[in-house]
Design a protein around this ligand. Structure first.
Ligand SMILES: [Zn+2]
Length: 259
């Protein structure tokens, strides 16, 4: 039983590496998404600003037209005034001109405000464009980096998978099936040593009888609390498998229990 579990423990180390690797891969993919989202956000901002500027521009044209119309009308009235003899009519036209001049001045003020707003928006727009260009440059580098990491992770994952498959061939099928099911469930180490009569998986205290069963090593002993398989601490002094390409190197070491 102890030898069978030693092999399972070696497989478990590969599985723990694989679990960490997959977590890392997920993190990297999330980072990639963040980079893409940021760029999309800046592009949306830019589009909004450009639309706003377009709106201001159209409004400016409208005021310019109104001002022109007023100028024309004033000119016309001034022309009429020269040929008028009656003082009442002359004064009436003067009043009309004064009104038009006042309206024209209001339009000019509005136009001036709009032009200010428009140039402020244009400035912001230029800034956003600059940010976008910078972020494009940065994200290109970052994206390339992340994509390379993902490729490396995929390769490492393939190597781990191959090494695992080689080991599984030699494993006790019944024990391996139980181990594999537990691992998929917990996504963590599921064969754990007992230390000071405690489960190192869930840290619950165990009975002396339980410890004796583990010591005897005649059958699998499960933690009543967390369902992990218990082994004695010295069983975990296992062979570490280093995965490098298809080469599997082994050296003795004491497995670290904490992740
Ligand atoms: Zn436990």
């Amino acid at each position: 039983m102890r030898e069978a579990l030693k092999l399972i423990l070696t497989i478990q180390e590969l599985d723990v590496k694989m679990i960490r690797l997959m977590r890392l891969k997920k993190q990297r993919i999330d980072e990639l998404k963040q980079v893409e989202n940021l760029r999309r956000e800046l592009l949306d901002q830019l589009k909004d600003k450009e639309n706003e500027i377009k709106g201001f521009h159209e409004e400016c044209l409208l005021f310019e037209r109104k001002i022109d119309e007023h100028r024309e009308r004033i000119k016309k009235l001034e022309g009429q005034q020269t040929s008028i003899k009656k003082i009442d009519e002359f004064n009436a036209i003067t009043r009309e001109i004064t009104n038009l001049e006042r309206e024209k001045a209001q339009f000019e003020q509005s136009l001036s405000n709009l032009v200010d707003k428009k140039s402020a928006e244009e400035e912001l727009c230029e800034k956003t464009k600059k940010n976008l260009a910078e972020s494009d440059e940065n994200s290109k580098t970052l994206e390339a980096e992340i994509r390379q990491t993902i490729r490396d992770i995929n390769q490492e994952g393939l190597d781990l998978k191959k090494a695992r498959e080689e080991l599984v061939v030699g494993a006790d099928p019944a024990i391996f099936t139980i181990y594999d099911r537990l691992l998929r469930n917990k996504k963590d180490r599921v064969v754990v040593p007992i230390e000071n009569r405690n489960c190192t998986g869930c840290h619950i205290a165990l009975t002396a009888q339980h410890e004796n069963l583990v010591r005897k090593g005649e059958k699998l002993v499960f933690c009543e609390h967390c369902s992990r398989i218990h082994v004695l601490p010295d069983t975990t002094a296992l062979e570490e498998v280093d995965v490098e390409g298809s080469q599997v190197k082994r050296r003795r070491r004491r497995a670290s229990i904490t992740s």
